[in-house]
Ligand binder design. Sequence first.
Ligand code: ZN
Length: 498
Amino acid sequence: MKISAILLTLLFLVLAFADSGSDQSANRIWITDVMVVSPENLDHIEKANVLIEDGRIARVERNQNAKTPAGATVVDGKGQYLIPGLIDSHVHLANVPGMSFDQSQGKQEMVERYFKQLPLSYLYFGYTTLVDLAVFRPQVLADFRQAPLHPDLYDCGGSLPFANGYPMSFLPPAIRFKPFPNFLYDAKQADRIPPEYKPEDHTPAADVARVKSSGAICVKTYFERGFANDKNLPVMGPDVLAEIRKAATQDGLVLMIHANGFEAQKFGVDGNVDVIAHGMWHWGELDKSTDLPDEIKRLLNQIVEKKIGYQPTMQVLYGELAYFDPDYLKIEAISKVTPKELLEWFQSPEGKWFGNEVNEDGDPGAAIINSYEHGPLRRVRQVVAYLASKDANFIFGTDTPSAPTYGNLPGLNGYLEMKQLQKAGMSLNQIFRAATINNAREFRMESQLGTIEPGKIANLVLMKKSPLESVDAYDSITTVWVHGKAILRENLAINSNR
Ligand SMILES: [Zn+2]
């Protein structure tokens, strides 16, 4: 009796297994007659059929007479363009755009709705891989990875600020250490570091080891003397960066530095970082120079020669300007990626609080926009144009959201960043490579991502226009595949009836 029951169970298991094995229609997709736009063949875009099998690209068939593989679901790609899923290698998923942490605490329902939509908003604009640069609420990332549909998510673990420096400095001294368990100890500031934190636990090596053991793929640190009310913040010396560099290399982690000025980027270049996580909008004493100064050109040449990954993150500045741009909240796509209640709150007086912080003196909006356009935006555009002329190693990253601004909304911010990069002088070809193969290579994922080639993960985007002909193509998406699972774009928008 017992034995026959076991046999029956075994038989049942075998049948169940055989059944799932033969059910290939669910696992096989055949995209036909599509223009394949992939970084390895940008100079000869061709029509092809692409076979997806079990979540991977199985075949790119250029013979137009190829037969439909048995049991495959056919997707007609005629007249459309297929590209690798986009990669945004600079996001901060736990921050809610437009809200301070305290505000978000009081608006639980609104915030929950936002986080539920978050992965879909990135997919809506074709982002199938993200890198979070500074984990400080791991639960948000865990929930993101548990969502039924979500981009692949990698992270840099908890970041490495210098003791009492940026961005710890945003918090009052009494509570600024706990949220930054990987801060770097500074013996000179021993009197400003609570005694429970021991120097030996906060050396570069100890911090990087913790980042590595958290499962991170990168390390993020900072060189920032501050701005607005927080100037003259403590910064690390080259000796500290050298130790971080050594430990990151040993652990196989990509070293990224927050640096948005000439001095800071020079510090990063001298310390051989892998990625500079911002554009150079501060030139220090050279700020007023209308031409790109020679000493900055020399530094940019080094960035090109050393193939340092460069993220201009121009939307950081536009994120601050959004409060003074009367057209920003009218962008149609905002309602696709933002829950209705949150969007209504953005439009309320309370929801505009961050704009008042940016504009403490209450200047007219047009004057603020003007000062940015002729100051930091002009400078970062000149830097981007120069780097583009040398075909630097741009890697696409948005820093979404870079501040508690509603001007940096998930997914949409990437699209706006691309428009700014083009305006600054990057070619469509450069923008495309930055968001695909350059990112994949920088983060050592090029065997899995970044092109449409057999064996790679089937993270793909189908669009009506060619991304090599207009930047608007990135808003003409029709279908997104994540590990071979297809989702129509309309079903990723917040108002869809999922
Ligand atoms: Zn950032």
